[in-house]
Design a protein around this ligand. Structure first.
Ligand code: FES
Ligand code: FES
Length: 202
């Protein structure tokens, strides 16, 4: 768990070095600081400051750790899901400084000082974000495993990428988020509805 926690705590964006997750850290200096079991020695850990859902954290991270694993295992935020762990499903989508990213494809260590928002951080107390409310109203989930990533993509889409998106653009804009139980029609309806709700509030 983090050593400092303040109160609350496009698919398409692959952040610097992201594709290298799982392949990169082969540097000799790092490996020499790795224990026989593969766990990093203390000197190999890196200090990173992240703001997660409004709470500032200081973490000592394994430089090989993805942002997804860091959020789930170190911060204890479990909204972002590990579906494919290779950039294909969108279940791990979070906002990084307001932009949607696949958290399985980037290293936490690369994001010192940045702000991460997960599905846990978009509501306001008991009040759901309009996208969350619309997903409930339109029954836009079945198994629910893919839902948090879908919601975060939709939030990015409507808040910053394409406010007022037309209905026919939604499938393409959401194409990086898979739903294996095929709630797609309901997801499209939810995003259309949330878009209208959010437009009224502008
Ligand atoms: S878990 Fe990241 S895209 Fe599937
Ligand atoms: S809601 Fe999980 S696969 Fe569709």
């Amino acid at each position: 768990m983090p050593d400092e926690v303040s109160p609350h705590p496009s698919r398409r964006v692959v952040v610097g070095g992201g594709l290298a997750v799982g392949a990169a850290v082969a540097a000799g200096s790092y490996l020499s600081a790795t224990s026989a079991e593969g766990a990093p020695a203390a000197e190999a850990m890196r200090q990173v400051s992240l703001t997660v859902n409004g709470g500032r954290l200081k973490l000592a991270v394994d430089p090989r750790a993805s942002l997804l694993d860091t959020l789930r295992d170190e911060v204890g935020v479990t909204g972002p899901k590990k579906g494919c762990n290779q950039g294909a499903c969108g279940a791990c989508t979070v906002l990084l400084d307001g932009q949607r990213v696949l958290s399985c494809l980037t290293f936490a260590v690369l994001h010192d000082g940045q702000e991460v928002t997960t599905v846990e951080g978009i509501g306001d107390g008991d009040r759901l974000h309009p996208v969350q409310q619309a997903f409930m109203d339109h029954d836009a989930f079945q198994c629910g495993f893919c839902t948090s990533g879908q919601i975060m993509s939709a939030v990015a889409l409507l808040e910053s990428e394409e406010p007022g998106i037309t209905e026919d653009r939604i499938p393409e804009a959401m194409s990086g988020n898979l739903c294996r139980c095929a709630a797609y029609c309901n997801i499209r309806d939810a995003i259309t509805s949330a878009s209208a709700t959010m437009a009224k509030g502008r």
